[in-house]
Write a protein that binds this ligand. Structure first.
Ligand SMILES: Cc1cc2nc3c(=O)[nH]c(=O)nc-3n(C[C@H](O)[C@H](O)[C@H](O)COP(=O)(O)O)c2cc1C
Length: 318
């Protein structure tokens, strides 16, 4: 969970409790990335990367002008694009030189050559997919497992083409099963062990990925106002307004006012709105902060990650 909620402490707690903790490798500098990954060595863990994309050519300037009243209200300047590619080449090269147990991709899949190079250093490769067509590309490229992300999921939709398909998780899992024999990790709207029993028992999925359920653990870096709103906000929606890519979060005024006009331009909009989001978080104003969360947000529990996982294991009976 890039952008603050994921921490090495959370990943370590999850791995030590029998899960597979993830380092969110996106939106970090190469130095910050290396430090986070090195701080968790000793347990089995994974690292997630956002794969870069070409500029969409969308009119970012007009959107910046449209947002002027927001920048004025919060007394800040619009943000500048820092790195379009999220230092992808540097991070990938570092992972080859300093291998980790697993690497997963989001927004695209590693190509066949990248998969081979990761395999050569002993790293397992997973791909986040949000459509059956994403799954067939990733499977053809030789990845080892698919994180099948339904539209219920909090945060960015992992679709390769930046669209926001709405095939519910159970239907998506069935569609992916038709075209790929790879293990499926179900993601989206799952909040406890009871939610995953039917997916595992029916063979729909082999494992499950949780995001929102960890947002109010003490180990997470979730901002206080985001934690508070998880149970106060009544709904979530998918928006491009904050980052330029569709992502699910708690509905607030910024989303209501700007979702209809926000262009598809990631990460341009992410950087454009960064100072606004930072100021909103600093002053505890939920109206202009991106508060990513899945459809199960109201069932979030304030509990250490190890206790959550122990509870889910009891529910699963295993
Ligand atoms: C705050 C937040 C940040 C996220 N950041 C990432 C990310 O950096 N990379 C990624 O692949 N998925 C990210 N996701 C999506 C999760 O990996 C996962 O698919 C999703 O949380 C599952 O749905 P759930 O939130 O309903 O549990 C994020 C989700 C949230 C809630």
């Amino acid at each position: 969970m890039a952008g603050g909620p994921s921490t090495p402490e959370l990943a370590r707690a999850v791995s030590e409790a029998g899960g597979l903790g993830m380092i969110a490798g996106a939106l970090l500098t190469p130095e910050g990335f290396a430090a986070q990954v090195d701080s968790i060595r000793g347990v089995t863990f994974g690292v997630n990367l956002f794969l870069p994309e070409e500029p969409s050519g969308a009119d970012v300037q007009s959107y910046a002008q449209h947002l002027a009243p927001w920048f004025e209200r919060f007394d800040i300047e619009p943000g500048e694009l820092v790195r379009r590619d999220d230092y992808y080449a540097e991070k990938f090269a570092w992972l080859l030189a300093h291998p980790v147990p697993m690497v997963s991709s989001t927004f695209a899949t590693f190509d066949a050559d990248e998969v081979a190079r990761l395999h050569a250093v002993g790293t397992e490769v997973w791909a986040t997919v949000a459509t059956a067509s994403d799954a067939s590309v990733a499977t053809a490229n030789g990845v080892d497992a698919l994180v099948v992300q339904g539209p219920e999921a909090g945060g960015h939709r992992g679709t390769f083409d930046g669209s926001a398909p709405e095939q519910p998780l159970t239907e998506l899992l069935a569609a992916v099963r038709e075209i790929s024999e790879l293990p499926r990790v179900a993601a989206g709207g799952l909040m406890d062990g009871n939610d995953i029993v039917p997916l595992l028992d029916s063979g729909a999925a082999h494992a499950a990925q949780f995001g929102t359920a960890f947002l109010n653990t003490p180990e997470a870096g979730t901002k206080p106002i985001h934690r508070q709103q998880l149970t106060l906000a009544s709904d979530t929606a998918v928006t491009r307004a904050f980052s330029g890519r569709p992502a699910r979060g708690l509905v607030n005024d910024f989303m209501r006012e700007n979702s209809a006009v926000a262009p598809a331009a990631f990460p341009d909009l992410h950087y454009l709105t960064a100072p606004l989001r930072a100021k909103a978080a600093a002053i505890g104003d939920p109206s202009a902060l991106s508060m990513w969360a899945g459809t199960g947000h109201r069932r979030v529990q304030a509990m250490p990650a190890a206790e959550l996982i122990a509870e889910w294991a009891r529910q699963l009976g295993r």
